[in-house]
Design a protein around this ligand. Structure first.
Ligand SMILES: NC(=O)c1ccc[n+]([C@@H]2O[C@H](COP(=O)([O-])OP(=O)(O)OC[C@H]3O[C@@H](n4cnc5c(N)ncnc54)[C@H](OP(=O)(O)O)[C@@H]3O)[C@@H](O)[C@H]2O)c1
Length: 387
């Protein structure tokens, strides 16, 4: 096979407080025995990719230079944000956590994968035309599943499954989820409905509440409605949920949930205790949709925890066997429980247009973007197994 090159998106935040985005032509290394070369046909733009891609840049200052085929974007970054970015300053970083495409070359041990359509994850960035990946990090897509349908097979599906697994392992029986109309939130609803798990969905407008009710959600407290506190308390009482996954992170949501959980737990105590209820209440801050400080006034007894949570580290903790089982379930339910929808599809160059950036940076409900690193022409109808 002739040497391949790959056009790839890079992001950098400089020590003089500037964001730079550009496309770089990189040589594609030959795969080692257990690796494959994937032509990346589709890759979602997830909130965690947006954080890496744009950092805290002021998007009103975006400027385009370069040429139409090779744009170079810059924007200013607030000086106050630099200390927290120290570990990435002046480094050119690849972006994109997951994607799907056709295997176009493979090492000696995995040559049977050539021609297969796979989903994969890669720390080396999926906003690239080609990516060399360990075959173990790929999921062969089932028959009939396209690259587009498989592009989000790793992050959100495995996160929803890992949330449920965490719930079981830590002795809880029901879940609370915030920013619940997200792509992940909709998936979690389908999963919980299938598995018979009670789920309390906290949303921030009535449109989101309707969206979730239409897919079968029973408990959907709206944080902007007058009856929020009461609706949340009723939902927690009826479900017995003592574990919450909070994607918002900043603000007072974690405190609000803990207060409501504690009120229910103390109501069930036969006797007053100055230490509050012994029932453990746990909040995992697993997203940074609000990058402001997490505000917690401790008014919910002593049996509680607030911590960070990352799907990847959870899967490592669960072990290879459990992780493989979860992946098998994702593959089997990719077009049902774990289906993702996209509002727009963009090429590498289109993804660098300021107006487009401002749109996907909103991370709005139902507005997930799909990157097509090899352009639209690649949509050749390839689907899993039968390629
Ligand atoms: N820790 C992990 O392992 C892990 C793994 C996967 C995903 N995640 C996180 O999961 C979250 C959801 O991901 P996704 O891909 O499903 O996102 P998505 O489909 O892009 O949806 C984002 C949702 O967040 C809402 N939102 C945005 N800013 C908000 C704010 N300040 N307060 C409340 N809601 C807000 C949006 O609602 P509006 O329309 O109202 O703005 C939208 O419903 C993200 O935070 C992501 O980083 C974490």
């Amino acid at each position: 096979m002739t040497a391949l090159t790959s056009l790839e998106l890079r992001t950098k935040i400089t020590s003089d407080a500037r964001l730079e985005l550009w496309l770089e032509e990189a040589a594609v290394p030959r795969p080692t025995a257990g690796e494959v070369v994937v032509r990346v046909d589709a890759a979602p733009i997830n909130p965690s990719d947006i954080i890496l891609l744009l950092g805290p840049a002021d998007l009103s200052t975006l400027e385009v230079r370069g040429t139409p085929e090779r744009p170079v974007l810059t924007a200013s970054v607030p000086d106050s944000a630099l200390p927290a970015l120290a570990a990435r300053l002046d480094a050119a970083l690849p972006v994109g956590n997951e994607g799907a495409g056709v295997v176009v070359d493979a090492g000696s041990k995995v040559r049977h994968l050539i021609g297969r359509l796979v989903a994969f994850r890669s720390a080396a960035g999926t906003y690239a035309q080609h990516r060399v990946v360990a075959a173990a990090d790929c999921m062969a897509l089932p028959e009939g599943v396209s690259a587009e349908a498989g592009a989000s097979a790793f992050i959100n599906p495995l996160t929803a499954l890992a949330m449920v697994e965490t719930m079981r392992r830590e002795g809880h029986t029901a879940l609370v989820h915030t920013a619940a109309a997200s792509n992940l939130g909709q998936m979690l609803n389908r999963l919980c409905l299938t598995d018979g798990i009670e789920l309390v969905n906290i949303v921030r407008n009535s449109k989101q509440a309707d969206l979730l009710r239409n897919i079968g959600a029973k408990y959907v407290p709206d944080s902007t409605s007058a009856g929020f506190q009461e609706d949340l308390t009723t939902a927690l009482d009826e479900t017995g949920a003592t574990l919450a996954f909070d994607a918002i992170g900043g603000g007072t949501m974690a405190e609000t949930i803990l207060v409501a959980m504690e009120a229910i737990a103390t109501k069930k105590m036969a006797q007053y205790s100055r230490y509050g209820s012994p029932v453990h209440k746990q909040i995992y801050l697993y997203g940074v949709l609000d990058a402001g400080p997490t505000i917690i006034h401790r008014r919910f007894g002593t049996a509680w925890g607030v911590g960070g949570w990352l799907m990847t580290w959870c899967l490592d903790k669960f072990g290879a066997q459990v992780a493989a089982k979860l992946r098998e379930r994702v593959a089997a339910e990719l077009t049902t429980t774990f289906a993702s929808r996209y509002s727009s599809k963009v090429t590498l160059v289109e993804a660098m247009e300021p107006e487009v950036i401002r749109q996907y940076a909103k991370r709005a409900t139902g507005e997930k973007f799909l990157m097509l690193p090899n352009g639209r022409s690649v949509d050749d109808g390839a689907t899993g197994a039968n390629v």
